[in-house]
Design a protein around this ligand. Sequence first.
Ligand SMILES: NC(=O)c1ccc[n+]([C@@H]2O[C@H](COP(=O)([O-])OP(=O)(O)OC[C@H]3O[C@@H](n4cnc5c(N)ncnc54)[C@H](OP(=O)(O)O)[C@@H]3O)[C@@H](O)[C@H]2O)c1
Length: 223
Amino acid sequence: MKFNDQTVSIVIGGTSGIGKGVSEALSTRPGTVHVASRSTGLNIQNEQSLAEYFESIGTIDHLIVTAGSAAPSGAINDVAINEAKSAFDIKLWGSIAAAKFAAPHIRAGGSITLTSGFLARRTVPGTFVKTAMNAAIEATAKVMAKEFAPIRINVISPGLTDTNAYAGMDEKARQSMLRNAAENLPAGKVGSVSDLAKGYLFVIDNPFTTGAVIDIDGGALVS
Ligand SMILES: NC(=O)c1ccc[n+]([C@@H]2O[C@H](COP(=O)([O-])OP(=O)(O)OC[C@H]3O[C@@H](n4cnc5c(N)ncnc54)[C@H](OP(=O)(O)O)[C@@H]3O)[C@@H](O)[C@H]2O)c1
């Protein structure tokens, strides 16, 4: 579907990081881009507020969800199940609810793009919450691609990308993590939000792509 002045896109999680990169890329095209997150008053955990939000916007062409980067790390024996559940409530159940409530408003030819992460399919001890949550998003999106057809549903799986998601880390530790990752990834770099945004635009634009998981991870899954 070509973008025109009537095209409406929504990026939930678009106030920061990868979502912000996607909303900036979409903003260079004709049409309207709505950016939403808790700081604009939309909490993806709240079904009622999602339903009202989509109702208030009306017809939509493209929904992109990048919300919810936080998840506890640690071994299965060490992570409190309640903390793991909270992360799922935001990213997994929030993404599913956003897709569910947006779908009735999406115009023919439109799309929904969710976000997982390379740990969905890379086995790293101490990361089981992200692994489980992102794997569940990828699996559910494939079911959605059938149930919500002809709306196209795809997933972008980012690798390590330099965003606010790591803002809470000690600066020295953050720089060292990014440097280490860049040295060890086949691509020789960590991701930028603009590297990622190109993947979202690809699945939004390609009318033959649905039920797909696109890895934009610098080669994390082959290293
Ligand atoms: N960066 C990476 O290395 C990496 C790697 C793999 C996967 N990913 C995935 O990529 C996605 C984007 O990550 P990012 O690095 O861009 O994160 P980020 O910079 O932390 O941005 C996260 C966005 O989600 C919004 N958000 C958080 N909780 C929300 C809620 N309950 N309701 C609505 N919005 C909410 C935040 O805004 P508010 O605070 O205003 O709500 C913010 O706009 C996440 O799903 C993350 O798991 C990232």
